[in-house]
Design a protein around this ligand. Structure first.
Ligand code: NAG
Ligand code: NAG
Ligand code: NAG
Ligand code: NAG
Length: 370
């Protein structure tokens, strides 16, 4: 069906090749350890605070592109004091007009703390002293995160003993004493703990995406639950607890193992939702490195998670979008590009199939991934 003269074909080939070179990028988005990556888009930048220096330091990374943090600006915003260690799962959030980083740290036990940027418009500037935020809660905690709910209230969620807890935030650094254990693993895939929750809001629904399993296991994966924006999150009956299956899990064909501990942000124009998460590129799982993938929504407004991918071409920087009627045409058109060894291409299909409008990643040209 598809007949191209060689002259035309070469023209297409070079067009694709030259555009491709600048327009796509490869997961992961860091070269180095970047476990529990929580992103905040603030002003003209994306920020990710990470635990560094043997988990004794918090370093804030700032990049104008979500797709590449390799040359990010950095600022050390916290140094563990004597008797402090194991800084984990830091997240930067804007609360009541100020900017905070919430993180877990061990003193006697692991607990959740916050630090505040002196100037919310300059997170690369100075940060204030460490503030314990859990009042008299004596059971320890990790993985603190913020829910800005549709009812106008703000909530704090964290992990104690492998379960997800939630309480109202009285102010940015004070968690209410009325606490609810919202979820403890019940499904096979999440055995035997839940952790790393993060919230995003879409069409009047708050979604909680959380990790299940063991962060050092290739089967670590993400699950999802949700609640209508006008319902009280402190009432467990208001929550939809989700499906039996994870929403995002290992993809051996793309060498992505144990994807988990996600966070969510938007494209600079605000129209797309992107997930930042960590994963390993070998099943033996030596290091957790940050990656991104795009979330879309089905006709009912429900989030659709892609499979973990290697090559992505987001609207963030775009771009080449090839609209092709079928994967067969894609295969015919793209297979000659194999001559550029190592070049991987992604294409969008607009056919009448299940994946309409969704991106597929090709490792072998013409082969589709669901
Ligand atoms: C939050 O509440 C605590 C306890 O009442 C108080 O010490 C702190 O100053 C408050 N912080 C803000 C930002 O209002
Ligand atoms: C969201 O809630 C507002 C206010 O109740 C309502 O006007 C709007 O239609 C809702 N949107 C969706 C997508 O349900
Ligand atoms: C796919 O895109 C082509 C070119 O833009 C268009 O002619 C065709 O009708 C589209 N197919 C569908 C199913 O939308
Ligand atoms: C959707 O995909 C399934 C499984 O691949 C296939 O059986 C079905 O025919 C597809 N539906 C459409 C509308 O193409």
């Amino acid at each position: 069906m598809l007949r191209l003269t060689s002259a035309v074909f070469v023209g297409i080939l070079f067009h694709i090749y030259s555009t491709q070179a600048q327009s796509t990028f490869t997961n992961p988005i860091f070269d180095t350890r970047s476990a529990d990556p929580a992103v905040l888009r603030h002003g003209n930048y994306y920020y990710i605070p990470l635990s560094t220096n043997g988990e004794r330091q918090l370093t804030l990374y700032r990049s104008s592109k979500l797709s590449n943090f390799r040359n990010a600006d950095t600022k050390v915003v916290y140094n563990a004091a004597e008797g402090e260690s194991d800084i984990w799962a830091s997240e930067m959030h804007e609360v009541d007009g100020q900017v905070y980083i919430y993180f877990s740290m061990r003193r006697d036990d692991h607990r959740v703390y916050a630090i505040q940027a002196e100037d919310p418009n300059n997170p690369m500037g100075n940060w204030g002293p460490v503030i314990p935020i859990m009042g008299n809660w004596d059971r320890g905690g990790i993985d603190g995160t913020i829910l800005k709910h549709g009812n106008g209230q703000q909530y704090f969620s964290w992990v104690t003993d492998g379960a997800l807890w939630i309480a109202r935030l009285i102010n940015a650094t004070t968690v209410h004493e009325s606490r609810l254990r919202l979820r403890k693993d019940t499904l096979d895939w999440e055995c035997c703990q839940n952790e790393g929750a993060y919230f995003f809001y879409h069409d009047n629904v708050s979604y909680m995406v959380f990790s299940g399993g063991d962060t050092w296991d290739p089967n670590y994966a993400l699950g999802m639950m949700s609640i209508d924006g006008d319902k009280d999150p402190m009432n467990p009956s208001h929550w939809w607890f989700g499906e039996e299956k994870p929403v995002f899990w290992r993809n051996d064909e793309e060498d992505v193992y144990g994807p988990g501990h996600s966070s969510f942000t938007t494209s600079p124009d605000g129209t797309e939702i992107w997930m930042v998460y960590h994963g390993a590129s070998t099943p033996s799982y030596t290091e957790r490195i940050a990656r991104i993938d795009k979330i879309t929504f089905d006709e009912n407004g429900k989030p659709v998670f892609p499979r973990p991918s290697v090559i992505i071409s987001p609207k963030l920087e775009i771009i080449l979008v090839m609209k092709l009627d079928s994967s067969k045409v894609a295969s015919q058109l793209l297979s000659p590009l194999k001559i550029f060894s190592g070049l991987k291409l992604k294409y969008f299909r607009n056919g009448s199939d299940n994946d309409t409008g969704r991106a597929s990643t090709c490792k072998q040209f013409g082969q589709e991934r669901g």
